[in-house]
Design a protein around this ligand. Structure first.
Ligand code: PLP
Length: 358
């Protein structure tokens, strides 16, 4: 840490940011990565990069975090919510297709729990209809679609390094630019709308205002923390996957008895153990399970309140019913899973769940 505090450059794009960029270049193979202040800001950058205008339509799942929607709403876009799959919180591709109009500018797959969406189908839909694919891979570091890291499959990928994610620098994120034509524009938007990055490279002799933009650079102090986490990415991912698999194997018997459903991992997805969730048979049972675990000093939580049902949006929403999204809002429960988590504690959680169902 002494080293960090004595850094000359503590603002963005210093030594540690460069180390992170190099790491992420190798990790992603084909992407151009930029660290940002958060995944929320990466998504806002994506909306600016695509020049989203008033009335443009953006398709995204309702079962997601608010930032997926806010980033595009801020640009005046119309949010078109699609449903989740019947057996999975990720977006239902058939429903997505039915929502496409001439105004659709982008589709935002959200890789829930670090489990990949069906990207081949989405890429094909994008190509056929001239629609951009922006991956909300906030939960996706260390996870893959086939051989490709999440965030590198669509035109742009957005990753989070918030405390709640697998690796973190407190608050932070990255945007992965997968279309090289967007690189310079991304640099300008990220540098408050100026071409300062080109100036620092010595390509121009003064810099100035080029476009809309904002202050999206991560401080190099946080980049130092992030770099140390990136160096442990494989170790952290493997440990989390081990905990994830232990839950899965131990609770399989309850699924076999029809008492609950476990996460489904499609063949094309190599997940990162970000979240272990159960789907209860009813909302009532889910809430009783949360209460029961709490009585046993075990912290479990529900997840997203579908955005189309939120306080902010429910009166504005005019689209289709989204029964699967509603189902996950009601019945999904997340079990504790953390890198500092011991096997003993996990056994206590598993036993409590089995007790509850018997
Ligand atoms: C965490 C998360 C975000 C926001 O990430 P921040 O880095 O906190 O801005 C966006 N989308 C999803 C799906 C997330 O899980």
């Amino acid at each position: 840490m002494d080293d960090v505090l004595s850094l000359d450059v503590q603002s963005g794009d210093g030594k540690y940011t460069k180390l992170c960029h190099t790491y992420l270049k190798n990790y992603t193979k084909n992407s151009i990565p930029f660290l940002t202040t958060s995944c929320t800001h990466s998504l806002e950058m994506a909306a600016l990069l695509l020049d989203i205008q008033l009335g443009d339509e953006i398709i995204m799942p309702s079962f997601t975090f608010v930032s997926t929607a806010n980033s595009f709403l801020l640009r005046g876009a119309k949010i078109i919510f699609c449903d989740s799959q019947k057996n999975h919180p990720n977006m239902d591709i058939n429903h997505v297709e039915s929502l496409i109009t001439t105004k659709t500018k982008a589709i935002i797959p959200v890789h829930y729990a670090g489990i990949a969406c069906p990207m081949d189908e989405l890429i094909l839909i994008g190509k056929t209809n001239n629609i951009k694919i922006i991956e909300d891979a906030a939960q996706g570091i260390g996870a893959f679609y086939k051989e490709m890291p999440l965030g590198t499959v669509g035109d742009i990928g957005c990753i989070s390094f918030h405390d709640t994610k697998n690796i973190s620098c407190g608050e932070g994120g990255a945007i992965l630019i997968n279309d090289p034509l967007l690189k310079i524009k991304a640099e300008i938007i990220r540098e408050k709308g100026t071409n300062r990055a080109a100036y620092f490279r010595g390509e121009i002799d003064k810099y100035g205002w080029q476009s809309l933009g904002s202050s999206y650079l991560l401080s190099d102090i946080l980049a130092a923390k992030l770099f140390s986490q990136l160096e442990e990415l494989d170790q952290i991912t493997n440990y989390r996957k081990k905990i994830w698999q232990t839950y899965f194997d131990a609770l399989k018997c309850l699924e076999n008895e029809g008492k609950l459903a476990l996460p489904e991992i499609p063949d094309f997805a190599n997940h990162n153990g970000h979240i272990f969730y159960l789907i209860c048979n009813s909302g009532k049972e889910r809430n009783e399970l949360i209460t029961y675990l709490k009585k046993n000093q075990i912290q479990s939580t529900f997840h997203y309140l579908s955005l189309h049902q939120s306080e902010f949006y429910k009166n504005k929403y005019v689209g289709d019913d989204l029964p699967n999204s509603d189902h996950f809002t009601e019945c999904l429960i997340r079990l504790p899973l953390h890198y500092t988590f011991s096997l003993e504690y996990q056994m206590k959680v598993i036993q409590a769940i089995i007790m509850f169902y018997n």
